[in-house]
Design a protein around this ligand. Sequence first.
Ligand SMILES: [Cu+2]
Length: 350
Amino acid sequence: MAGLLLLLAAALSACTNPQTTFSPKSDTAQSIQTLYLLVIVMASIVMVGVFGVLGFALFRFRDRPGRVASQTHGNTKLEIIWTLLPVAILVIIGAPALIAVAGSAKAPDEDALHINVVGHQWWFEVQYPGMGPEDPNNPGERLPLITANEVHLPIGRQIYVTLESVDVIHSFWIPQLIGKTDMIPGTVNELQTFTPQEVGAFYGQCAEFCGTAHAQMRFRAVVESLGDFNEWAEALQTAPADPASELAAAGQTLFLAKGCVACHTIYGMPGAAGKLGPDLTLLGDRRTIGAGIVDNTDENLQQWIRDLQQMKPGTLHMPSFGTLPVENPQHMSDAEIRAVSAFLRGMTLE
Ligand SMILES: [Cu+2]
């Protein structure tokens, strides 16, 4: 009984898991799901059939006093049946599988949206080639639009993702939209194309062990209407408005003074062009912080700046500013942390 309950708990715990692959939201995920269901149904029929016949034989021909088993050798009719039946079943499963595999190798459509995602220990850099601001060194050419830990996707448009890594092997996976593909240093991998079919924020996760904070290397895929997508892409390359409050203005000054700008870029903010950490432009519009690990709230952002090692143990490069010795010029008081948080979260679409 205890065993059965444990099994049930394990099965039910998968019901609402964000990593579920059972509620596909893209054409490609749907085709994988269809194939999966077909295989499960066929395998179940085979299982019920085999165990049914076995059970029947065990019962019907069980040992009873005075009974002698009939002695036979070979049965051509049976042998033909149990050769042809599996062949038929394998063809039924194999044909759609081969078609799906062939489809997965198809080149992207001409008008597919190209996104390049770069893995870092332990966060995702997201680039939209040719969609960013004009290249000052190359008039007429546009730089990539850059963001982090959130992949915005317009609904109904085919998406073509290329994958890279700057350090170790990571793997890019959005369970409800697309299967996983490795991100390998020195190589550009291609993700199978897919077309998102439902608006929403879908969970993504690094799926290749890549070090201490691997399990905390997550992201969101945000599927939205074309209008919302364009608005977001436009806002990302519009210089931010002046901070709306005194607190946020003080935060902006501190963002420069405490050296955040050495690692972080905020588009349109002079001096903020660091590349070691995630781009923070329009941070107030993000759903999560810390590479998808906690909701984007004042409390969480403050805690992140104060002591990110406690939230995400092993994080590289970024100091836990609140825990630095007071005599360290980078140390930040709670009041200073509140100000920087207000500044960052104040950068929103509206
Ligand atoms: Cu990883």
